[in-house]
Ligand binder design. Structure first.
Ligand SMILES: Nc1ncnc2c1ncn2[C@@H]1O[C@H](COP(=O)(O)OP(=O)(O)OP(=O)(O)O)[C@@H](O)[C@H]1O
Length: 272
């Protein structure tokens, strides 16, 4: 069995707001799970179930109220102390977010996000190695470098931009990729293709992936294991066959029934 990479150990996050009357929201409630090397897991739940908060805690963007996140045995909130250590963590644990447009600056060519990734791994973007890596990464995500390099974000489609963001991950070769609703703004066929690219990334680079989504249908095709989140808790977990074909929890049953795409064949996702 492959090695343990990430452990979430009784992670809880409580947000407090309000001046006169304190209002507490338990966004993540005592969540524990493990991600192994090369494993794709999905965190599935409706809006407000705590998926993004959990993703942010794992990315070391917001601290948990209690509990620990271990990356190869290291407590990311206790043991990462310097800026350099944090930079190194973000090289190994990388995120692709929902809105590809939001990841680009409209005034810069899209090359910039790839150049920044090259700089992070110490490669001069203008060097021959840098140029080759950019081309290789774009080809790896099914893009023609001639059609992408030198373009501004508004000249490309949402699907192309999201692929450029994945090409950036390809350059960084993260150990763990967190894809937070990374395909939800794309049309159905593009969604399927991007999910395939995530899978290829795992197969070629051996990266683990946490796929965060409200779409239990897509998670069926991508995940080794699925975790269902409801009101901050993981209420059900298992392989796609266990969770989707034989849901135990009432909420999971409703989720499965409410997604019409679930019974479509995978090929339909790619051909629509
Ligand atoms: N910074 C914050 N301050 C206060 N409450 C917050 C904050 N961030 C999230 N919450 C609350 O925590 C709960 C979980 O939110 P979260 O964004 O993690 O859910 P989600 O499942 O990712 O939803 P979505 O799919 O809409 O992003 C919600 O009730 C939300 O309102």
């Amino acid at each position: 069995m492959s090695k343990e990479m990430l452990v979430c150990d009784h992670v809880t996050k409580i947000f407090t707001s309000g001046f006169i009357k304190k209002i507490e929201v338990k966004a993540v409630d005592d969540v524990s799970f493990t991600v192994r090397e090369g494993e794709i897991i999905s965190l599935i739940g409706q809006s407000g179930s705590g998926k993004t908060t959990l993703g942010k805690i794992i990315l070391r963007l917001i601290p948990p109220t209690s509990g620990r996140v271990l990356f190869y045995g290291k407590d990311i909130w206790r043991d990462i102390k310097t800026k350099e250590e944090l930079k190194e963590y973000w090289r190994q644990v990388h995120a692709v977010f929902q809105n590809p447009m939001g990841s680009f600056n409209e005034f810069y060519k899209v090359d910039r996000v790839l150049n920044q990734a090259l700089e992070l791994i110490g490669v001069d973007p203008k060097s021959e190695e840098g140029m080759l890596l950019k081309e290789e990464s774009l080809k790896a995500v099914g893009l023609n470098p001639d059609e992408i390099l030198g373009k501004y974000p508004h000249q490309l489609s949402g699907g192309q931009l999201q692929r450029v963001m994945i090409a950036r991950s390809w350059i960084l070769r993260p150990k763990l990729l967190i894809a937070d609703e990374a395909v939800s703004m794309l049309d159905v066929s593009t969604r399927g293709k991007i999910v395939e690219i995530f899978k290829e990334l795992r197969n070629k680079l051996g990266s683990s992936i946490i796929f965060i989504s409200h779409d239990i249908g897509l998670s069926y095709f991508i995940s080794d294991r699925i975790f269902i989140m409801y009101k901050g808790k993981i209420i059900e977990e298992g392989t796609p066959q266990e969770v989707i074909d034989n849901p135990k929890h009432e909420y999971t049953k409703t989720l499965v029934e409410s997604v019409p795409t679930i019974y479509r064949k995978w090929e339909d996702f790619l051909e629509v």
